[in-house]
Design a protein around this ligand. Structure first.
Ligand code: ATP
Length: 301
């Protein structure tokens, strides 16, 4: 696997506050990697460390397999918060200034405007842009110099639904072009829609990291009960096919990969093995409840 970023035991303290605690994961090249967590979970701190804005208290990381240096960082485009564009200058003029300041991409202003679909409006003043257009201009600025890796902190924050949809589409388009995108988000829905990979943070702890389909897996749960719970559990254990079994107030919960739970077959199996069920119900476990379980917070769906 070609790795763009690998974090090795990163911790960060702000005085007595431990914002990150021993966080390690890898970001594969070509992924859209979501760093998902509620407010205050350490997402911005983590991005700040990878961009050399903050120093980790302990731990280290590598960018494209190398120790981080100004040279390696040149291959990263960033969008950390809505940048300070000049309100009375055009989008084009603002990008020319940004290119001068960054010392890269001076001859790419039109091409990055085209990629974020703002070429037609390049001579309009920044203050006349919608919020979504302002954010797309910020992404255009991040694209100057044609970096391979893009780091976005909450790129859809504060946007209306149209603006949010525009930015999500743009992120998917950039991913198709082969960019690796690392983005912080507190929205499960967003990560689910846009990202291929995810790391979930809660109060600075890494709860899970990996492919979205593996981390944010949907599950079927069959809830069952019988007068003799011990016997029921023994019979179900022999039935197999499930991922795990949990005890609940209503008896047992048997978890299956989505779409594989079969109520009738289970009922028949129990009956054939001398257990008569007094409760049998199929429950779907949503991604939302999974996120809630992982982070202990409500997601903003
Ligand atoms: P948000 O989405 O609200 O920005 P986040 O997940 O990005 O949250 P961080 O901003 O990284 O989280 O904050 C992680 C923790 O560190 C929080 O408890 C926050 O209050 C604390 N923190 C962040 N920056 C500082 C700082 N400069 N000084 C002290 N504490 C800080």
């Amino acid at each position: 696997m070609n790795t763009v970023l690998s974090l090795n035991g990163i911790s960060k303290n702000y005085g007595r506050i431990r914002a990150l605690n021993n966080v390690s994961f890898e970001v594969p090249a070509g992924s859209v990697f979501g760093i998902l967590g509620p407010n205050g979970s350490g997402k911005t701190t983590l991005l700040g460390i990878t961009l050399d804005i903050l120093r980790p208290t302990t731990g280290s990381f590598k960018l494209r397999g190398q120790d981080p240096s100004a040279d390696v960082r040149k291959g990263i485009g960033t969008l950390l918060e809505t940048p300070n564009f000049y309100h009375f200058l055009s989008g084009e003029r603002n990008l020319k200034i940004a290119a001068e300041i960054k010392g890269k991409g001076q001859n790419q202003v039109d091409s990055v405007l085209e990629r974020v679909n703002l070429l037609q409006r390049k001579t309009s003043k920044f203050r006349t842009y919608s919020l979504g257009m302002k954010q797309r201009l910020a992404i255009a600025s991040a694209l100057l110099g044609d970096p391979e890796v893009l780091i976005f902190d909450e790129p859809t924050n504060g946007l209306d639904p149209v603006g949010i949809a525009e930015i999500r589409e743009l992120i998917k388009k950039l991913a198709k072009e082969g960019k690796t995108i690392i983005m912080a988000s507190h929205l499960l829905d967003e990560v689910e829609k846009v990202c291929t990979h995810v790391a979930i943070l809660k109060k600075g702890e890494l709860l899970a990291a990996g492919h979205v389909d593996e981390v944010l897996v949907n599950e079927d749960i069959i809830e069952i009960s019988a007068s003799d719970l011990a016997k029921l559990e023994q019979v179900i254990t022999g039935y197999g096919g499930y991922s795990h079994i949990k005890h609940s107030d209503n008896g047992l919960q048997v978890f299956y990969p989505v779409g594989t739970a079969k109520l009738e077959a289970m009922n028949q199996h129990c009956f054939n093995n001398g257990v008569v069920l007094n409760h049998l119900q199929l429950k779907k476990k949503s991604l939302e409840s999974k996120f809630f379980e992982l982070t202990g917070t409500q997601s903003d769906r």
